[in-house]
Design a protein around this ligand. Structure first.
Ligand SMILES: C[S@@+](CC[C@H](N)C(=O)[O-])C[C@H]1O[C@@H](n2cnc3c(N)ncnc32)[C@H](O)[C@@H]1O
Length: 220
């Protein structure tokens, strides 16, 4: 491992806004994120596979009345977002270092209001590992409030199309659909602020000419 990576791994251990549970079963803040960490009763929003946490930090800065938690396995990526949140005094932004596969151990029933999936790995050969597969949706179901929103922003047709199939098959409620997000975004639209946040992977894929897609749905 490179020196810089090691330094970042060490650094996040001392950050108050990063949680690195050793065993998911014993996580003390499960069901108590607002009570113990954010000290308010604001809605909780997760960004799963957050990488450097651009959405967690960007949305946290835009909406101080919501609490954001970026979830990611790579500590050196979390470091970037967590450092930025500290530098910007964003007390409504935190990070959880874990595998998303265990996400339902970290939150209790009805604890979460929204989920963002930002440029998730499309897993072309492993559909069950996609973050919008039935397997993962059933994990989210355990802690997402009724009517809670799932946002997907991606360049991947594989992930986007399979998500649309899941929505149809399971009769999830489609709230917003933008197969070419930036072509349909209107000047002055409220959502412009939200979509102007660009993640690391979005920037890479946009440079390659990929079309960015977005959908939002409920899994009631
Ligand atoms: C393609 S990157 C996107 C990162 C970021 N959202 C962005 O748009 O720049 C996917 C991220 O998800 C993380 N990831 C993938 N599967 C994961 C899992 N099962 N648990 C935790 N993190 C995962 C990877 O480490 C990686 O940082």
């Amino acid at each position: 491992m490179g020196k810089d990576k090691l330094r970042r791994f060490e650094a996040i251990k001392s950050f108050d806004n990063v949680f690195e549970p050793v065993r998911e079963q014993d996580f003390e803040h499960s069901g108590k994120w607002n009570e113990n960490i954010f000290k308010n009763q604001n809605p909780i929003v997760l960004e799963l596979g957050c990488g450097k946490g651009e959405y967690s930090v960007g949305l946290g800065a835009l909406f101080s009345d919501k609490n954001y938690i970026g979830v990611e396995i790579k500590g050196n990526r979390i470091y970037i977002g967590a450092r930025e949140a500290i530098d910007k005094n964003l007390n409504n932004v935190a990070f959880l270092r874990t595998r998303i596969d265990y996400i339902d151990s970290y939150f209790k029933e009805n604890e979460v209001d929204e989920i963002w999936l930002t440029f998730s790995d499309p897993q072309p050969n492993k559909p069950r590992k996609r973050l919008t597969s039935t397997l993962f949706i059933n994990r989210y179901r355990k802690f997402l409030k009724p009517g809670g929103l799932i946002h997907l922003k991606t360049d991947s047709s594989v992930l986007f199309d399979s998500t649309m199939e899941q929505i149809k098959l399971n009769e999830y409620e489609l709230v917003d659909l933008r197969p070419d997000l930036y072509a349909t975004l209107k000047e002055g639209e409220e959502e412009q602020k939200i979509f102007s946040i660009k993640t690391h992977y979005e920037t890479l894929f946009t440079k390659r000419g990929h079309v960015i897609k977005y959908c939002c749905f409920k899994i009631n």
